[in-house]
Write a protein of this length. Structure first.
Length: 420
């Protein structure tokens, strides 16, 4: 399937590295920046309101949160709380959506209460929404966003310190972080008291996933994918144990995500992505592996193309997997069979840094079976859609079969008189 180039929903004034979707509010949170380098490239976290206008999904900027000299590289969401990985620290932010206060036609902004002499966490308030030709009387009222910093904790202590992964537990009581130093750190939330700290990998931690029973799965650059119960390793995963033709160190794990199984309340799946360790002139394929989320036994492994995978996402119902590549391509796979359903080559022109599915609600999906957002270093946020497959009601199929049967009998009667 080769759909046309996906629509561009939003273009940020900085490279994008992190993306999350807030289900209840219908918000897309995108973040990134140029870091501390004095290049003139800003750092920020943008709140985008997603809604349908004229039959197309649009994203309008609600609030631009300045992260000063720090680019947000990783991000996790728990309700209205954001865990943003910035350099060697994790910033815990809380945001509030407020209905705009009714004002007169002058369009004057209310006084900003976040002045320098205010006590407590610093708050930043969104500017009033505006648009081409808009004014205080005519523009559509939108929510206002206020953001406050709750905590800031150090999550990496290596010389080239960088937090590379962050994940909330399903019940939002724990937060796990990992980075370049290979240490897994687990924090109680919301107190942010550190409860665990140990070296999980001999090298960088690439990704982290927490199961509903708070087992932690970590992916490292040391070719390992490990399952932890607190600081004790339950088991190491071996995706190629049934593929004897693939050496152990020919591939490394890149990403991991848990997902539910549609219509099976107690079932759980873990998905991992394996990429070639070395770049070759003729690149070998990358692989997706589906595991039982309780026993961690491999269920299915399939190749997913020759482009190196950079990021992975699972839809809310566990029906679809979204993949981004280092060459800018985006693909959607069916989770059950690991077959590719959608693919756009070089949708972004440069590495895709994050993908996230829209909530599977009628308000956001409309007549689509699934919708995926992707962001990249090219500063763009793009939309990828899978239209609902056309189907016929059962009664119509039965009526057609009955008509076909009657028609066949009548033709036989005409061709062979006395057939009946």
């Amino acid at each position: 399937m080769a759909p046309r180039r996906p629509p561009e929903l939003y273009r940020a004034p900085f490279p994008l590295y992190a993306l999350r979707v807030h289900r209840e509010a219908g918000l897309a949170l995108i973040a990134g920046g140029g870091g501390a380098a004095k290049t003139g490239i800003k750092n920020g976290l943008h709140f985008l309101q997603l809604d349908w206008r004229g039959g197309e999904l649009s994203a309008s900027l609600l609030h631009a949160h300045d992260t000063e000299t720090r680019a947000t590289m990783t991000m996790a969401l728990a309700g209205n709380v954001i865990a943003a990985g910035q350099d060697a620290t994790c910033h815990i932010l809380n945001f509030h959506l407020q209905k705009p206060s009714r004002r007169g036609g002058s369009g004057d902004c209310p006084p900003n209460k976040a002045s320098g002499d205010e006590k407590g966490p610093r708050r930043r308030k969104a500017p009033p929404a505006s648009g081409p030709g808009g004014n205080g009387d005519t523009h559509k009222e939108t929510n206002e966003v206020t953001v406050e910093t709750l905590h800031c904790v150090q999550t990496d202590t290596s010389p080239d310190a960088l937090q590379k992964a962050v994940c909330f537990s399903e019940d939002h009581t724990l937060l796990a972080t990992g980075g370049v130093d290979g240490f897994l750190r687990v924090w109680e939330f919301p107190s942010m008291k550190k409860t665990l700290e140990f070296q999980a990998h001999k090298g960088e931690i690439e990704d982290i996933a927490l199961s509903p029973d708070n087992k932690v799965v970590t992916v490292g650059r040391d070719f390992q994918c490990c399952v932890w119960q607190r600081d004790q390793m339950v088991m190491g995963l071996h995706w190629n144990e049934n593929l004897p033709g693939i050496p152990d160190k020919a591939y490394r794990y890149q990403a991991c995500r848990f997902g539910t199984v549609e219509d099976q309340a107690k079932a759980l799946r873990l998905y991992t992505v394996q990429i070639p360790y070395k770049r070759e002139r003729r690149p070998p394929p990358c692989y997706i592996t589906k595991w039982d989320g309780h026993s961690f036994l491999p269920l299915l492994t399939r190749p997913c193309g020759n482009e190196v995978i950079s990021c992975l996402s699972v839809s809310d119902t566990g029906t679809f997997l979204g993949l981004g590549t280092v060459t800018g391509s985006v693909a959607i796979f069916v989770a059950f069979s690991l077959q590719r359903l959608y693919y756009v080559r070089e949708a972004h022109g440069i590495v895709v840094t994050a993908v996230a599915f829209l909530p599977e609600t009628p308000e956001l999906l409309k007549d689509n079976e699934a919708a995926l957002l992707s962001v990249a270093v090219d500063s763009r946020c793009r939309l990828h859609r899978i239209p609902c497959r056309r189907s016929f009601p059962v009664w119509l199929v039965l009526l057609f079969c009955a008509g076909l049967l009657v028609g066949t009998v009548l033709l036989l009667q005409l061709a062979f008189p006395g057939f009946l």
